[in-house]
Design a protein. Structure first.
Length: 349
């Protein structure tokens, strides 16, 4: 019996085709592995962690009294959801809504939710004006990544700040845009840069002006914000009706007006050229500054829980993308205490 062996001659064309097919198969297997690995990581990130806060889905409205709303940053299916706890028991179990936000604030049955949604081709940012049941009244496209959000005490005005370029206030180069919406008329001020500026008693115009961190007074006209120009930051006092802002004092960022309207909590840069801020309270009548007992660097717009206490977010040790809410007396006494674990964007109802 004779065995015949047939040899296939490997031409240059066949050799190139073989290499191409092999490469496609290898890349296909690698791509599948990457997708499966990413899916597994996302699944683990959405699972509740043992020992974490108790979070349950439930009904949440903005007309509930004696509640503290915030964004839940704990891992699990309710991560970034608007949640709330009783003001008297902030460490207790939290109720989470289905609404997810990057930034959130609420007052007088009115809420604002800044969202950043990653799509197939690009990231979409938008602001949602919310009613008391967290239903969207209007949606507005944002020009950049969410940064700050506030609602006036009456609920009539809503403000938000976004990063048009840069990713944080510690970046060497960044640009912000701050908008204000009248929720009654739906009239929008797309940018505070359209307001007239009075600096050191004189009209001022500069192409490098940036505004952020609006906080409203109770008269539905006065507001405070940060102005950055010529590498300096200023607290400015603004008038919505006159469309003007006037500088008050230097080195003030992310102001937050007290409920009685007499003081502003803010972060102050304490090391020139570095991203190092400390929390202070400014008496608006005397311009006297009081350093608070929080000595860590806080990059947040503080929230007044009442006339005596301010709260702010601080990154959680060992948890990327998470933060805890801390509180500290507004008169410089006492010491910081952790108010709510795995939380940000506090808003007392």
């Amino acid at each position: 019996m004779t065995t015949t062996t047939t040899r296939i001659r490997m031409t240059p064309l066949r050799r190139r085709l073989l290499v191409l097919v092999t490469a496609v198969l290898l890349l296909g297997g690698l791509g599948t592995g990457i997708v499966l690995h990413a899916a597994a990581r996302a699944h683990r990130a959405n699972q509740p962690q043992s020992g974490g806060p108790a979070v349950s889905a439930g009904k949440l409205t903005l007309d509930q009294k004696h509640r503290l709303t915030f964004l839940n940053t704990a891992a699990g299916p309710h991560r970034t959801s608007v949640a709330s706890v009783p003001s008297a028991d902030p460490g207790g179990g939290r109720t989470a809504s289905s609404l997810k936000c990057a930034r959130f604030y609420a007052a007088a049955r009115t809420g604002v939710c800044l969202q950043s949604v990653t799509g197939v081709l690009k990231q979409s940012n938008r602001a949602l004006l919310l009613d008391a049941r967290l239903r969207t009244r209007r949606a507005f496209p944002l020009a950049g990544a969410p940064s700050r959000a506030r609602v006036s005490p009456s609920g009539r005005f809503v403000a938000w700040t976004v990063f048009v370029s840069g990713e944080s206030y510690s970046s060497a180069f960044f640009s912000t845009r701050t908008s204000i919406l009248d929720t009654r008329t739906m009239r929008m001020t797309p940018s505070l840069e359209t307001f007239s500026v009075v600096k050191d008693g004189k009209p001022y115009r500069a192409s490098d002006s940036n505004f952020w961190g609006v906080t409203f007074a109770s008269d539905d006209d006065t507001f405070y914000a940060t102005l950055n120009t010529a590498n300096r930051t200023y607290l400015v006092k603004g008038s919505l009706s006159r469309r003007t802002v006037t500088t008050v004092i230097q080195n003030v960022e992310c102001p937050s007006l007290s409920p009685d309207g007499t003081r502003v909590a803010f972060k102050k840069r304490v090391l020139s050229g570095a991203a190092l801020w400390h929390e202070y309270v400014l008496d608006l009548s005397t311009l006297h500054e009081t350093a608070l007992a929080e000595h860590r660097s806080v990059d947040d717009q503080a929230t007044w829980l009442d006339n005596h206490t301010v709260a702010y977010a601080f990154p959680t040790d060992g948890k990327v993308g998470s933060s805890d809410l801390w509180s500290v007396p507004a008169d410089g006494t006492g010491s910081p205490r952790r108010l709510i674990a795995d939380a940000s964007s506090p808003a007392p109802l």
